[in-house]
Design a protein around this ligand. Structure first.
Ligand code: CP
Length: 320
């Protein structure tokens, strides 16, 4: 199938074939990172703007590396040194950047819906790199790619997503993607960190870590998003770590021996994950980071390719 969309805003709006196309394309592009010269001409002459209004290590860096490996020109917009400090709005900022003819704008913003707002207003492609507590589609894609590489398939697997589900755009995008691809999802956390009506997303709900991680194929631990929390949702970090922190003892007592431990990062070591688990043999956290580059190459390649087709240009191959 061919990619038809101008933008990548959510996993919710994608059908299973589109999700699979993105993962398959990432899997085929991943090999570029193993070459001595990590550069192909695929996006030569294209311009990517990274518009990040929130901090990021993995997402911003991997979009930049992905664009550069595909020979695009990549511009990083830093909110802290921009005219945002003089009161310029998101839309005015984006319209002024679009006047400089980028092909794709990658946006991260603290407001849910910010990427969709830009996509409706801009002619260029827009990628959601995380909008508030709403969605983080490229994170879910790299998580699915990582699981598929390790387990060989996705359909039929059972994943426990543990921690601050209520504030997690990573959880939301993963739940949509996993359910669409035939996976079972259990969300687990204290009641204050599980969204009301979570079952309507097609997931099981658990309020006990040891129950949630028993017999699952994958455990995805989430960061406590204290920047998005109102006060009083957890008694204390110490108590949260005691009941919800994953340690080797809890893992050995309840989980399968072939379980994968995932975390989108950044990890609060000693809170949701003990260092022994984060760095141990079950952990695929650094594989997730590596796959971030492959997934973002796929997204930039497919979006820029779809726009070239809409412009009447002949579709080209990967140009590898
Ligand atoms: N997983 C993730 O989005 O990490 P960053 O905030 O570092 O981009």
């Amino acid at each position: 199938m061919a990619w038809k969309r101008k933008d990548l805003l959510t996993i919710r709006e994608l059908d299973p074939a589109e999700i699979t196309l993105l993962i398959d394309t990432a899997a085929s592009l991943r090999e570029i990172g193993t070459r001595e010269i990590k550069k192909v001409p695929t996006l030569r002459g294209k311009t990517i703007v990274n518009l990040f209004y929130e901090p990021s290590t993995r997402t911003r860096t991997s979009f930049e590396i992905a664009g550069k490996w595909l020979s695009a020109d990549v511009v990083n917009f830093s909110a802290s040194t921009s005219s945002i400090g003089k009161g310029e709005t998101l839309l005015d900022t984006a319209r002024n950047i679009e006047a400089m003819s980028p092909d794709v704008v990658v946006v991260r913003h603290s407001s849910s819906g910010a990427a969709e707002l830009l996509a409706r207003s801009l002619k260029c492609g827009v990628v959601n790199a995380g909008d508030g507590a709403h969605e983080h589609p490229t994170q879910a894609l790299l998580d699915l790619l990582t699981i598929r590489e390790r387990k060989g398939h996705l359909e039929g697997l059972h994943v426990a997503i543990v921690g601050d589900i209520a504030h997690s755009r990573v959880a939301r995008s993963n739940i949509y993607g996993m359910r669409k691809l035939g996976m079972t999802v259990t969300v687990a956390g204290p009641p204050t960190l599980i969204p009301p009506h979570a079952q309507e997303l097609g997931v099981k709900v658990s309020h006990r870590l040891e129950d949630a991680i028993r017999d699952v194929d994958v455990i995805m631990m989430l960061r406590l998003q204290q920047e998005r929390m109102s006060a009083g949702l957890i008694p204390s970090l110490r108590e949260y770590a005691r009941y919800w922190g994953l340690t080797l003892d809890k893992l050995h007592a309840s989980a399968r021996s072939d379980v994968l431990i995932m975390h989108p990062g950044p990890v609060n070591r000693g809170i949701e994950l003990s260092p022994e688990v984060a760095d141990g043999p079950y952990s695929v956290i650094l594989e997730q980071a590596a796959n971030g580059v492959a997934v973002r190459m796929a997204v930039l390649f497919l979006l820029a390719g779809a726009m070239a087709s809409q412009d009447g240009q002949a579709e080209r191959g990967h140009g590898l």
